[in-house]
Design a protein around this ligand. Structure first.
Ligand SMILES: NC(=O)c1ccc[n+]([C@@H]2O[C@H](COP(=O)([O-])OP(=O)(O)OC[C@H]3O[C@@H](n4cnc5c(N)ncnc54)[C@H](O)[C@@H]3O)[C@@H](O)[C@H]2O)c1
Length: 212
């Protein structure tokens, strides 16, 4: 069995927040940034921020900090946002349409190259400029287009079948928005996104702070 590098998930989850703040700082012509400033902004200990930046390979100057543009590029490279990834979205409903309209994905190196749906009302229409194709055309199209990422926005009951078809076409990474834990072979990676998880945490914070 292949050995996988253990990912520092909390650090990876913090990277986009650093990135967005650094871009704002760059726009404000702040050419140098210290870990103390970022740590205060994020409510973290400076040592955590320093260790996170170490992962990217960027070098700061003691007593001065990091060059903002170098840090931005180091984070971009560490996250693989400097390489273009082709994404195929299946299920162009409420959520799928919202994702298709999110312009910033291109800054993170992700481009929508294919969109599929099963609804005759949506097929052959354009959503945020992206052509929606009949899901029955998916297999021949994907064998040719070879997307890097499959984005799953279909109802849970259809998600596994859609993913199985995509795996058969060679798709090896899935961003799963459906309310289903997908079963995939070991050479396939899945990242499940659950907005309800954030809401659950917020609800618990409300409860424990006795706000409601
Ligand atoms: N992860 C989250 O936090 C989160 C948030 C919202 C919705 N969801 C989930 O995302 C999915 C989509 O939600 P929505 O609100 O956009 O629903 P929706 O009904 O608006 O959209 C679903 C779309 O999938 C299409 N579809 C159905 N079966 C298909 C198939 N076999 N092949 C291709 N397309 C097919 C439908 O025609 C429709 O356009 C659901 O599974 C929902 O539970 C998850």
């Amino acid at each position: 069995m292949g050995r996988h590098k253990v990912l520092n998930t909390p650090a990876i989850r913090r990277m986009p927040t650093y990135f967005h703040k650094l871009v704002l700082m760059q726009q404000a012509h702040e050419e140098v940034v210290s870990t103390t400033v970022l740590a205060k902004y994020m409510g973290l200990e400076p040592i955590i921020v320093r260790k996170d930046f170490e992962l990217t390979g960027v070098k700061g100057q003691p007593g001065i900090g990091y060059k903002t543009h170098e840090l931005i590029e180091a984070i971009r490279s560490y996250l693989g946002w400097d390489a273009c990834k082709k994404a195929c979205l299946v299920g162009a409903g409420s959520l799928g349409s919202a994702l298709l309209g999110y312009q910033e994905f291109s800054e993170y190196g992700m481009l929508f190259t294919d969109v599929f749906d099963a609804d005759p009302e949506k097929i052959d229409t354009r959503i945020h400029g992206h052509l929606v194709r009949d899901v029955r055309q998916m297999t021949p199209r994907l064998r040719q287009a070879r997307p890097d990422i499959g984005i799953i926005c279909v109802p849970a009951i259809h998600a596994q079948a859609v993913v199985d078809d995509m795996i058969a076409c060679g798709v090896r990474a899935f961003w799963n928005f459906s309310n289903l834990c997908l079963q995939v072979p070991p050479n396939v990676v899945v990242q499940r996104e659950v907005i309800a998880g954030g809401l659950a945490l917020l609800s618990m914070k409300l409860k424990t702070h006795d706000i409601i």
